[in-house]
Write a protein that binds this ligand. Structure first.
Ligand SMILES: [Fe+2]
Ligand SMILES: [Fe+2]
Length: 250
């Protein structure tokens, strides 16, 4: 540590870029280095998940003054080009995670970010179970297995403070505003269990719930923020994260 005791985490999700959206975010990003130490992109970066649209994301979020860490969302899988999408983003200098992590040096503070798209399945008392038809078991198992692999990557980070980056939500609080009927398609309690199972997690960021709410908390007390662009209504939000894992809005 070099005396710096906090990190400014900028985050946005669900930017859904296509050619007609390019330029919407860039003006606010040009001076990002004055306001934040890193930028997290919480998935649904494209509209339909094509490599061409990923090129729009690369133009919008490439070459910034701070490191950019991204995950993909369900839209980024829609055209079965998710590997090409990730490749285009990496070529532009973005760090793309999927059940993996990275550690960044932010002014002497080692910030670990672990990320996954995540998946649905629902929350306590109203969740899918691995029972019955193969399709139902596969749906439920996919979310559970992704969360387990994500949790392992989060736990393995060697750093001063950790940030969870997912597309699907780990808690129902940040879905408030969405129809209750679709909660099982918006997030999973398995993600919260993964976050609470790791130590030193100071912030959990997600997207996907366009009509949801910004603020929530895991059962273990980790602040959760839904940074979907339609929720935060600006190019990014900045959260101040101290190495003692307390969170205060900037
Ligand atoms: Fe979205
Ligand atoms: Fe989504």
């Amino acid at each position: 540590m070099s005396g710096t005791d906090c990190v400014r985490v900028a985050a946005v999700g669900d930017v859904h870029l296509d050619a007609d959206v390019v330029g919407r975010y860039r003006p606010a990003l040009e001076h990002l280095g004055d306001k934040a130490d890193l930028l997290l992109l919480a998935g649904d970066l494209t509209r339909h998940g094509t490599a061409e649209e990923a090129g729009c994301v690369a133009r919008e979020f490439g070459g910034l003054a701070v490191p950019v860490v991204a995950i993909l969302g369900n839209h980024d899988y829609h055209s079965d080009q998710q590997d090409a999408v990730a490749s285009v983003l990496r070529d532009a200098g973005l760090i793309v995670l999927e059940c993996s992590g990275t550690v960044l040096d932010c002014n002497g503070v080692r910030v670990g970010v672990a990320g996954t798209k995540g998946f649905g399945g629902g929350f306590a008392g109203a969740c899918a179970s691995e029972f019955g038809e193969p399709e139902m078991k596969a749906f439920t198992r996919h979310g559970r297995e992704l969360a387990a692999r994500f949790g392992a990557s989060l736990a393995a980070l060697d750093c001063d403070v950790k940030v969870s980056l997912t597309h699907y939500s780990p808690v129902p609080e940040t879905l408030l505003g969405e129809p209750l009927e679709i909660y099982p398609f918006l997030g999973s309690y398995h993600l919260a269990q993964a976050i609470d199972g790791a130590t030193d997690v100071g912030l959990a960021v997600h997207g996907h719930a366009h009509a949801g709410s910004e603020r929530g908390m895991t059962p273990g007390g980790v602040p959760v923020r839904n940074v979907a662009h339609p929720v935060i209504k600006q190019a990014y939000n900045v959260y101040q994260l101290s190495v003692s894992t307390t969170l205060a809005p900037v």
